[in-house]
Design a protein around this ligand. Structure first.
Ligand SMILES: Cc1ncc(COP(=O)(O)O)c(C=O)c1O
Length: 433
């Protein structure tokens, strides 16, 4: 087994997400890296080259790779059992995890946890629950949703129909949920009463839109949105799939504005980025509508719901948050990111804007004139590829370079990350101010 063998088998049999497979198969613009191991924030490819995981393995990894506490917890659980059905059975790890997740919120707020597999299914559950809640509480006409332009909530049909990125969903639009998209609070407030009267819930990525090239919302917006929802009898679904588990500087983004949603969607960082698992947390009053006589149960579930291995990883990740005082260590790192971003913006005219929310950042590249680069130039992608040569893995969104490392990244590693970005921008654009 070697690099060539793995790449050949991949090109022959594998199908990658969001990928132009013909280019991939042709090795354009570059042959894939085959990642074989990790240690802390570093990943190693099959040729022995090391890279900082600047994208936290697609926004999942929290405490670093190959973490001894995470490994030990997963291994210990493996020695007992990997997975048992959650349909008709309980399991120790899921009971403990649900209790610990609820304890992260004030009493009598988010009291119930429904487990699923990934960010998309966490959202899928929330929207189906939100509709069924209305059907079971005499509000049959409130079965539509409001979402935000350019939002991203996953790729299953329901979750994707809420998303506001046309390229991902326009061709399926007529098959999805009825959704009204708004640009922000002013637009929401201007909505026709008849639309609001049909709305079950509003969904938002709180504090910052990730896939929309890292765009933070104005401060206070989330609090305003909560007030608007309360005033209009509309549920609030927070999609914290990306922002959850410390990314924005606090455990959950909603805590930064003292907001409790009616539904909270968690995934990615839930298991520290070790295993696929998701949770949809709901308020007690939502859960109560699913009790009682008749067909009121939530007929939904996946084979791997509440996987014992996944729950063990999630519990271990919460332990590491405590043992390493992860959240307390973030302010210094957030400042280092801020400084690194500011330095790039000051040095390169092509750095049009830098955007940051805690440990999540985006560097938008444009021509010196402020005009966007032509899409077909794929500038962001090219710069990300160049960064590999300098020991950094990241993935751009259009021409925005994403900086979203594991929270465990150290000061010297942040410095390395910015040196690599600097070198990649310089190599590509060669235009120092
Ligand atoms: C805000 C948000 N919601 C949902 C998802 C979908 O998560 P998954 O890819 O685990 O299905 C993502 C993925 O990037 C996301 O950023």
């Amino acid at each position: 087994m070697n690099t060539e063998y793995w790449i050949a088998a991949d090109k022959k049999h594998c199908w990658h997400p969001f990928t132009r497979q013909d280019e991939w198969a042709a090795g354009q613009p570059a042959d894939p890296l085959v990642l074989v191991s990790g240690e802390g924030v570093w990943l190693t490819d099959s040729e022995g080259r090391r890279y900082i995981d600047g994208n936290a393995s697609i926004w999942t990894n929290v405490h670093g790779h190959n973490h001894p506490v995470m490994n030990a917890a997963i291994t210990e659980q493996l020695g007992k059992v990997a997975h048992t059905s959650y349909l008709g059975f309980a399991n120790p790890r899921a009971s403990e995890l649900a209790q610990r997740l609820c304890a992260l919120f004030p009493p009598q707020s988010l009291e119930r946890v429904f487990f699923s597999d990934d960010g998309s299914t966490a959202v899928e559950c929330a929207v189906k629950m939100a509709i069924q809640y209305r059907l079971q509480t005499g509000d049959e006409n409130r079965t539509e949703f409001i979402a935000f332009d350019q939002s991203y909530h996953g790729d299953t049909m329901g979750a994707a129909s809420l998303g506001g990125v046309g390229a991902f969903f326009d061709r399926f639009r007529k098959f999805g949920f009825p959704v009204s998209h708004v640009t922000g609070m002013a637009d929401l407030m201007a909505l026709d009463e008849s639309v609001i009267a049909r709305t079950a819930a509003v969904i938002i990525e709180p504090l910052v839109q990730g896939v929309n090239q890292i765009h933070p919302w104005p401060e206070g917006m989330l609090r305003q949105l909560r007030q608007w929802c309360d005033a209009h009898g509309v549920h609030l679904i927070l999609d914290e799939v990306m922002t959850g588990f410390g990314r924005t500087g606090s455990m959950f983004a909603c805590q930064r504005e003292n907001v409790i949603p009616d539904f909270l969607c968690l995934a990615k960082g839930l298991t520290g980025g070790y295993l696929p698992m998701a949770a949809t947390m709901v308020k007690g009053e939502v859960y109560d509508a699913f009790l009682g006589a008749g067909e009121r149960a939530f007929y939904y579930g996946h084979s791997y719901t509440a996987s014992q291995l996944g729950c063990a990883a999630a519990l271990a990740s919460l332990d590491v948050f405590e043992q390493e005082e992860t959240l307390a260590g973030l302010p210094v790192k957030v400042k280092l990111l801020e400084k690194g971003l500011a330095d790039l913006a000051a040095k390169y005219e092509v750095v049009h804007e830098v955007r940051q929310c805690g440990m999540v950042a985006g560097i938008e590249l444009r021509r010196e004139s402020g005009e966007k680069f032509p899409l077909e130039d794929r500038t962001g992608e090219r710069v990300s590829l160049l960064a590999r040569r300098h020991g950094l893995l990241t993935r751009s969104i259009l021409d925005t370079l994403v900086v979203l490392p594991p929270l465990s990244i150290r000061a010297d590693e942040i410095a390395h990350l910015f040196q690599a970005l600097d070198a990649a921008i310089r190599d590509n654009l060669n235009h120092v101010r």
